[in-house]
Write a protein that binds this ligand. Structure first.
Ligand code: FE2
Ligand code: FE2
Length: 494
């Protein structure tokens, strides 16, 4: 069943109530949005008489009636990108985000802006309402009227619907929601960089390091990866080589989570994988800065020290106060992340073993991020395309072939962040890959050309778009090196 896991966990939604809205009302409001979301999704799978629906209808009904009992009447209304419950803005947490986003998008598509419930509701009316709502044709202006008339025809007067109020400058109202998601992603991304920095600094200073915070952040990132991985994948383009270790850890975590999602990992396993990836290089906190940031090649002694970082990582993790948050799978993942399938690499083993799945996933994410990031000893990094080509050819023996395939399917033939030349002579940046495997070479591209007045176009184009004569409007001709064109790719993802 296509139900987002977050939607089934309304109990965890307890956002801080905004000023003027009490905690209970805020909780009930969040619950309402979650139940509404679940019911709309389920109704798209089953017909209105299916018994599978009963429980969800009942739960939704209970929430509505609890609110009506408290408030007398219940209005849920969209204003810009927010829901207002009886004229007060509902705040949502990251856990509740999926439901809010879904409901906003679905209502906006159907141009429904407000639903009012009056007097106690009964099950039959609610069922009829939901099915009428989901069957409304998208983009039809008279939808609210139509819905009202259909309800009246059944003598249902306790539910009312009003059209979406289009706020000026917001013609394509429902695409704006994406921006919110990007904001949440950015916040999580930078917060995680800050937290990993804190953890590493504390470990260096032999102070208490709080990994529980990392766990919470990993859980938030997982919600986003499940919903739309391309947003977080775009964040990995933000490279800052002064803070390489922190940035790198977060990027490796994002790639690993995206691979884990493709492998169908549970949320619990994804959380473990996310934390392991965040901590994979934690052993480097024991290596002197001069060695880590040495612009020249390492001497033998320094290289030996560097090769000890996986083992030192294990030691650090085992000494963490909240060891309860760490399980053997995570420790082994850190130990394994430079061991190749033929057990070359490091650390040296005394006994044969298989490289763990976590280790193999992190290895791919690690290599790709390292190759595509400028470093003190390699200021111009590989382009995403060059890095993938290298991983597939020269370095193929370093990676698990199946996982590498999954990874390529994930980043696409033209990975997010690639600078590309189109057959229309426009230059663009790959912004989002198309999930359909037949369109791996037709991503969504952000044009970086300038218009006649010299302003950046910043227009998103979908390369699957056809020209109406059997051809495609735009096709990638080749990838370009952003350093040659002085284009700061990261800027386009901020
Ligand atoms: Fe490493
Ligand atoms: Fe690494």
């Amino acid at each position: 069943m296509d139900i987002s896991p977050s939607a089934t966990q309304p109990k965890t939604v307890s956002p801080k109530p905004p000023d003027g809205m009490d905690a209970e009302l805020s909780k009930l409001g969040n619950n309402l949005v979650t139940k509404f979301h679940v019911l709309m999704r389920i109704s798209q799978i089953y017909d209105s008489k299916n018994v599978a629906l009963n429980q969800f209808v009942q739960e939704f009904l209970d929430t509505i009636n609890a609110l009506i009992k408290r408030e007398g009447v219940l209005s849920l209304k969209i204003r810009k990108d927010d829901f207002f419950l009886n004229d007060q803005r509902l705040r949502y947490s990251v856990e509740g985000f999926t439901s809010f986003k879904y409901l906003l998008t679905q209502w906006k598509k159907r141009l429904i802006g407000e639903v009012i419930f009056r007097t106690s509701m009964e099950e039959g009316s609610l069922r009829y309402f939901i099915y009428t709502l989901i069957n409304l044709e998208e983009g039809r202006e008279e939808n609210a009227d139509l819905l009202r008339r259909q309800l009246e025809s059944r003598n249902i007067t306790s539910i009312e619907a009003n059209p979406l109020e289009v706020v000026e400058g917001e013609e394509e109202a429902f695409t704006v929601q994406k921006e919110d998601e990007r904001e949440v992603a950015k916040k999580i991304f930078f917060e995680t960089i800050g937290t990993i920095k804190e953890v590493i600094t504390n470990i260096k200073g032999k102070q208490h390091a709080d990994v529980r915070k990392l766990k919470r952040l990993a859980q938030k990132a997982i919600h986003l990866v499940i919903e739309d991985e391309s947003i977080l994948l775009g964040m990995t383009m933000i490279k800052n080589y002064d803070e390489y270790t922190f940035n790198h850890s977060v990027n490796v975590s994002i790639y690993s989570l995206a691979i884990g999602k493709r492998l169908g990992f549970s949320k619990k396993t994804l959380t473990e994988l996310g934390i392991t990836a965040l901590l994979h290089d934690i052993g480097k906190s024991k290596i002197p800065r001069e060695v880590l940031n040495k612009p020249a090649a390492l001497n033998d002694e320094e290289w030996e020290m560097m090769k000890r970082h996986p083992l030192m990582g294990v030691e650090v993790v085992l000494n963490l106060k909240q060891l309860g948050e760490i399980n053997p799978r995570m420790v082994v993942g850190i130990f394994d992340h430079h061991l190749m399938p033929d057990l070359s690499g490091y650390p040296k083993l005394f006994r044969k073993k298989e490289v763990s799945l976590f280790g193999r996933i992190i290895q791919i994410s690690d290599a790709y991020d390292a190759m595509t990031t400028p470093r003190i000893y390699k200021k111009i990094p590989y382009t995403p395309g060059q890095a993938l080509a290298l991983m597939l050819r020269e370095k193929a023996a370093h990676f698990d072939p199946l996982l590498l395939k999954i990874f390529i399917g994930l980043v696409g033939v033209y990975p997010i962040g690639s600078l590309v030349l189109l057959n229309t002579h426009e230059i663009g940046i790959v912004y989002k890959t198309n999930l359909e495997s037949m369109w791996l070479d037709r991503p969504i591209v952000l044009l970086v050309d300038r218009d006649e007045e010299g302003h950046p176009k910043k227009e998103l184009v979908d390369l699957t778009e056809t020209d109406g004569e059997g051809g495609y409007k735009r096709t990638i001709v080749k990838t370009l090196d952003p350093y040659k064109y002085h284009i700061d790719i990261a800027k386009y993802f901020l």
